[in-house]
Design a protein around this ligand. Structure first.
Ligand SMILES: [Zn+2]
Length: 250
């Protein structure tokens, strides 16, 4: 071996040793985080297929705030897109009934979830009443099994907690029941109707859009993110108590 070749040989050995050591220290994962083989994705919701249903859309504005020129269909889409990001960050597969401003029938929404064999559906809405009512409530079908009700409770509890961390004055209006059996409150909601949809489903009424105080909060990006993160925490809590197959009718 010539002096020059020996020099190159030692250089190669040093490079190899350095690379091996860096790899053992996890350098490769940190240096190239987008290389699939080296990335460790969060695993908490891995395998879960969640359908997000932003209510209304297209020709159906939902509730409106005329003072502030706000439409429910736009607010719930913005929150839904943030929720999609939060759930994907937790490893879930997420489908949306709509991710643009388009009209959709109620039946198209639950049929989409059924055809996908989704594990859960969450429908996002804003409430409206008399311009002074306020707070967040979550709806679930009273005819459905307990897992559906626990799912709704987890979403509600964690959403309230995130909302109150943002603004402690936000009112918790609790869980409300649609359906035909007690404690039914008299309302039927198609998209979460146990007779229609085959996976646990809950509908959140995220504040009152016709109340200017609540509407001014709802349009804020950071509040929308707080709601999305709260709901994502709700999914995590639910996943710690139930398997994704629980409560399905497929
Ligand atoms: Zn609505």
């Amino acid at each position: 071996m010539s002096a020059k070749k020996r020099h190159l040989y030692f250089l190669a050995v040093i490079v190899l040793l350095f690379t091996a050591r860096a790899s053992a220290q996890g350098w490769r994962t940190r240096v190239w985080p987008t290389t699939p083989d080296n990335v460790e994705y969060p695993t908490q919701l891995t395998g879960w297929l969640i359908v997000i249903d932003p209510g209304h859309g297209g020709s159906d504005s939902g509730a409106v705030n005329k003072n502030l020129n706000l439409k429910e269909k736009d607010i719930v889409l913005a929150v839904g897109l943030k929720l999609r990001t939060a759930l994907q960050d937790l490893g879930a597969r997420v489908e949306m009934t709509r991710d643009t401003d388009k009209s959709m029938l109620i039946s198209e929404r639950y049929t989409l979830a059924n055809n996908l064999h989704a594990h859960r559906l969450v429908s996002l809405h804003n409430n409206a009443a008399n311009t002074t009512a306020e707070g967040i409530e979550t709806w679930v079908d009273s005819d459905a099994p307990q897992v559906w009700k626990n799912y709704a409770s987890s979403l509600h509890r964690n959403t309230i907690s995130a909302a109150k961390a943002y603004d402690s004055s936000i009112r918790d209006r609790g869980i409300k029941y649609s359906g035909t059996t007690p404690p039914w409150s008299g309302k039927k909601i198609g998209v979460i109707n146990y007779a229609n949809i085959k996976c646990p489903a809950a509908l959140l009424e995220l504040n009152f859009i016709d109340n200017d105080k609540e509407a001014n909060r709802l349009i804020r990006d950071d509040y929308q993110r707080a709601l999305a993160n709260g709901m994502a925490n709700g999914f995590l809590e639910h996943a710690s108590q139930y398997n994704k197959e629980d409560g399905l009718k497929y």
